[in-house]
Write a protein that binds this ligand. Structure first.
Ligand code: ADP
Length: 305
């Protein structure tokens, strides 16, 4: 492709002065810009789940916050185009990204955490995004290539539940995703779908970092008796059977729901040590794998914990 044809600091899509670029040239140009942007991100991870409601976005958000609290530069990309919840969970749903010569500016929230989501572009919170695959692919391409993320230690990409277009787009556009974290709840119906998510990830050749078992046990706030609302240990068992590391379990904490609904971080509330240390442990296990590098780049065959 002739690099001089268009202004390469901008995406061809917005490049009025380059009408001569063919469709293929524009595609190549956009991919090159995306690659350049993403080369400034040290580690890119996808957070996936087999079904909705297992706490995938909650886990993605809290992992991002835990890493940001530890001083890392973190980006959190909400790739759930139809149901973008992350801005609501972070209390930034009324923000609107600005534009600069370098690209679209993500919303910077607490502690070096930058966020991009479809929710920022909806006129009303009740608006539905009714898009087919190619439009969603375009949006994800823009989130990766047109957003000015800057230098990041981690980019965490929260994908919609299931094995659809969005994960395909991310894997196709990024090519070198460091890995996928699978979030599940312990009961059999959730595990069945999680296995599909694992198979899907393997087919995409995205390395599996590990499984997080969310909503794993609950301590009665009155008598402190442990109650296994959705059973316990299913995620760990599945990780053994599928030869994927088990990253850790997060108990049910009703405060997680009120925090998510009101856009407040659980980490800013006193107490809730069990949940807070669960996230810290998961990050710790994850980091161990990352440091072992081979553990991140290829499918695991051993348990971490
Ligand atoms: P998903 O992204 O898988 O659809 P969400 O992250 O939106 O799921 O979580 C669904 C609901 O479950 C939210 O109200 C969230 O606050 C709640 N939730 C998630 N994890 C926990 C937990 N460990 N304890 C209590 N509530 C949780």
């Amino acid at each position: 492709m002739d690099r001089d044809k268009c202004n390469e600091k901008k995406s061809c899509q917005n490049c009025e002065e380059s009408p001569r670029c063919s469709h293929e040239e524009k595609e190549a140009h956009e991919q090159r810009l995306l690659d350049e942007r993403m080369s400034r991100v040290k580690h890119k991870f996808m957070v996936i789940s087999g079904k909705g409601g297992v706490g995938k976005s909650t886990v993605a958000t809290n992992l991002a916050m835990t890493l940001a609290n530890e001083g890392y530069e973190v980006g959190l990309m909400d790739a759930d185009i139809h149901g973008p919840n992350i801005p609501k969970m972070l209390g930034i749903e009324d923000e609107r990204p600005g534009a600069s010569a370098k690209g679209l500016l993500p919303i910077t929230t607490i502690h070096n955490l930058k966020v991009m989501s479809m929710a920022f572009f909806l006129q009303s919170k009740d608006d539905a995004v009714i898009w087919r695959g190619p439009l969603k692919h375009g949006a994800i391409k823009q989130f990766l290539g047109d957003v000015y993320w800057g230098d990041l230690d981690y980019l965490i990409i929260d994908l919609p539940p299931g094995t659809g277009d969005e994960a395909l787009s991310v894997a196709h556009l990024l090519k070198n995703v460091d890995g996928a974290i699978v979030v599940t709840t312990p009961q059999e119906v959730a595990l069945l779908d999680s296995r599909k998510a694992v198979t899907f990830t393997r087919q995409l050749k995205v390395p599996l970092v590990g499984i997080v078992e969310n909503m794993s046990g609950f301590n009665c706030p009155h008598c402190h008796t442990p109650i296994d609302l959705f059973k316990k240990g299913g995620g760990e068992r599945a990780s053994r059977e599928m030869l994927i590391p088990f990253l850790g379990r997060i108990p049910i904490d009703p405060e997680m729901v009120s925090c998510g609904d009101s856009g407040i971080s659980l980490f800013s509330r006193p107490g809730h040590e069990e949940v807070k240390s669960a996230f810290t442990n998961i990050c710790e296990n994850w980091r161990k794998l990352l440091e072992g590098k081979s553990g991140v780049r290829k499918t695991q065959s051993a348990q971490v914990t």
